[in-house]
Design a protein around this ligand. Structure first.
Ligand SMILES: [Zn+2]
Length: 423
């Protein structure tokens, strides 16, 4: 199953710079908590600045420190902030003991968890802390970093993802089987971390990687080292992660698709933006012999489903307007079946979102992301671009095995994720 010819590895770069780090600390002043926060911002931006680590608000980071009369606090990424451009207000502080004891007191519903976090903010004006705040809080390490690195996603989305972790990392990473993000994942991950006190991070099946450290540098160094180990492991199996295609694409077919999407329902009737791309990696993906299956198996992280829907639309450049309409109708039927199956398992009633795709793969043309705004279309296209690279690497390694439709439904219809989109 595995190829063995060596391939050249392009490794994710460690971009730590002593002078830059020293400047961040110096500019923060004398207060130790401010200096901790400054380094937290610095390495958060290093992670956020690399699209092969996180994309568009993905991932999160935290630091635990002491702040004057407030005692032990934790700064954690606020909802709506992007690690690439994060600033101090994007890392709100919480009373650490209070969220730890409140989070351990018993099972919390989503609104109860958000209320616990909000009630323990030092500054009531802060944005909502990340939905992973309790997970960060339960972990004992001072610095905690979380990413969705491309190479890691190719390996966590394998049927034997847990065994792969042991082979590549030994005991350095502890395996967390897939659990829905939020309260349940916080508890599960905390228990696993407690049982593996020597672990330097967590390997989240179907999701990504956490690293810990006593300094900002140690946690960041471990993140890059572990990502590099995943990259080398893929290379040792003859697998190179293909480069990202940046080439924009204009094509008569895309104009036709845009028109048919606007006619298909109210979502895009008033406004539609398109981000269409082409290039060698996209062509390789479209020429995959199992494209129809591979492309629609599921998303590469739980978060992605919110932006790209559980599966894309597949078209051919020769399709007529009628054929596109038919494909959109079939997409809606498939999406509704996914919704009905998920709804039947859900604990509370759900309202179906629109049944139109956000991504189209068009044979001989390219990949297209759509949204109501250019910004939305770009996010969709960027996430899809990374997903294609993950899927190709994962499928060459073994079998790309993402979250089940039921898990995707739970994320897409999670009240807290729905709230993020409305912002
Ligand atoms: Zn994540």
């Amino acid at each position: 199953m595995y190829e063995t010819e060596p391939v050249s590895v392009s490794l994710t770069e460690n971009r730590w710079n002593d002078d830059d780090a020293a400047r961040w600390e110096r500019d923060a002043g004398a207060e130790p908590a401010d200096r901790d926060l400054a380094l937290r911002i610095y390495t958060s931006r290093l992670i956020g600045g690399d699209p092969d680590l996180v994309l568009h608000g993905g991932g999160n980071t935290s630091v635990k420190t002491r702040r004057g009369t407030s005692g032990e606090v934790m700064h954690v990424k606020g909802s709506g902030w992007d690690l690439a451009t994060i600033e101090a207000p994007g890392l709100p502080a919480l009373h650490l003991d209070a969220i730890r004891s409140g989070g351990r007191a018993g099972a919390l519903s989503d609104p109860e968890m958000v209320a616990l976090l909000r009630a323990n903010l030092l500054d009531a004006q802060s944005p909502n802390p990340s939905l992973e705040t309790l997970l960060h809080g339960f972990l004992p390490a001072k610095f905690v970093d979380h990413s969705h690195a491309t190479a890691v996603l190719a390996l966590v989305n394998q049927p034997d993802a847990a065994e792969i972790c042991g082979v590549v990392y030994g005991d350095r990473l502890a395996v967390v089987p897939y659990v829905m993000p939020g309260f349940d994942l916080s508890i599960a991950a905390a228990e696993i971390a407690d049982a593996n006190p020597e672990a330097e991070g967590l390997w989240l099946v179907n999701h990504g990687l956490f690293t810990f450290g006593e300094t900002a540098r140690q946690s960041y160094d471990r993140m890059i080292e572990f990502v590099n180990m995943a990259e080398r492991h893929l290379a040792s199996h003859g697998i190179a992660i293909l480069p990202t295609d940046e080439g924009p694409q204009e094509h008569r077919f895309i104009d036709l698709l845009k028109e048919r999407l606007q006619a298909a329902g109210p979502v895009f009737a008033d406004a539609i933006a398109i981000d269409a791309r082409t290039g060698p990696t996209i062509r390789t993906f479209h020429e995959h012999p199992d494209l129809a299956d591979l492309a629609t198996r599921g998303t590469v992280t739980p978060d992605h489903v919110i932006r790209v829907k559980p599966f894309p639309l597949l078209l051919k450049s020769t399709d007529s307007a009628e054929a596109i309409d038919r494909a959109l109708k079939n997409y809606g039927t498939r999406y509704e079946a996914y919704f009905r199956a998920g709804e039947a398992q859900a604990k509370e009633p759900k309202t179906m979102l629109d049944c139109l795709p956000r991504v189209a793969h068009i044979e001989n043309v390219g990949m297209v992301g759509f949204g109501k705004t250019a910004g939305e279309a770009k996010i969709v296209a960027d996430l899809t671009s990374q997903s294609m690279r993950v899927m190709l690497a994962a499928e060459s390694y073994g079998r790309f095995t993402p979250l089940t439709p039921g898990h995707l439904f739970d994320m897409e219809y999670w009240s807290l994720e729905q709230a993020k989109l409305k912002k």
